[in-house]
Design a protein around this ligand. Structure first.
Ligand SMILES: C[S@@+](CC[C@H](N)C(=O)[O-])C[C@H]1O[C@@H](n2cnc3c(N)ncnc32)[C@H](O)[C@@H]1O
Length: 224
């Protein structure tokens, strides 16, 4: 169960927090629907435009190498949104069987054409697939959107589908400053913790796959 950052090539996680101070409860309520507002609404409601820009291509290649994925093997992206990673995994390893799951009707119906027919609407705490049916299961910034008990179920589901071959990335904080910044900034997260708290949760769920953290960092260039 190693801690490994498979997203090390993802663009910096530093957020323009100066521009996000206007977050209000109505923004959170809108975001939590995981509908148009969350993906393609304003920055205060979510991504402020969730568009394919190729940033997952290198990460997809790293994943193929990390798990030694070969044509015919099966991979699931839980919380696949518009299928960007699904598309890039298909390109990184032609013949790989890649599928995605998301709760968002909007995300799935605005997905990349290459992912068409590969995406299923479901919630991550009840994944509609048999035990051990995948060679790798990825869940990036998705399970922390569920409250504690459901989050545990989601971790167990990832383990059930691909024992020891999961990759879960979750929001985390390492200090009171990071926690305060996170609480101010976050929109949809219901379960957040320190890395140590997450490790305990993974152990409780019997998770044996890999994991890493999304940590908000203060951008010193932003004057607040
Ligand atoms: C922060 S986005 C991450 C998307 C993508 N994994 C990425 O890293 O760009 C969270 C995604 O999780 C989806 N989501 C939220 N709750 C979910 C649930 N209970 N089951 C499945 N997907 C969920 C949202 O619709 C959204 O697409």
């Amino acid at each position: 169960m190693p801690e490994v950052n498979l997203l090390w090539r993802y663009p910096s996680a530093k957020r323009n927090i100066g521009a996000r101070l206007a977050i209000k409860e109505e923004n959170r309520a809108a975001a939590l629907k995981f509908d148009r507002e969350y993906f393609d609404g304003t920055r205060e409601q979510g991504y402020g435009g969730y568009r394919y820009d190729g940033r997952w291509q290198k990460i997809a290649r790293d994943m193929v190498e990390y798990w030694d994925l070969k044509p015919g093997m099966k991979v699931l992206d839980v919380g696949c949104a518009k299928g960007f990673l699904v598309k890039d995994l298909l390109a990184a390893c032609p013949g790989l069987q890649v599928y995605g799951v998301d709760i968002s009707h909007y995300g799935l119906t605005h997905a990349e054409a290459e992912a068409k027919g590969r995406l299923v609407r479901a919630s991550c705490e009840a994944l509609p697939f048999p035990d051990r049916s995948f060679d790798a299961v990825i869940g990036i910034n998705v399970i922390h959107n569920l409250p504690h008990e459901q989050c545990l179920k989601a971790i167990r589901e990832i383990e059930r589908l691909a024992p020891g071959r999961g990759y879960i990335q979750v929001d985390a904080y390492r200090s009171e400053d990071e926690r305060a910044l996170f609480l101010e900034w976050m929109l949809t997260c219901k379960c957040f913790d320190t890395p140590e708290g997450w490790r305990r949760r993974f152990a409780k769920a019997g998770y044996t796959g890999d994991y890493y953290w999304t940590i908000l960092e203060i951008d010193e260039n932003i004057v607040r």
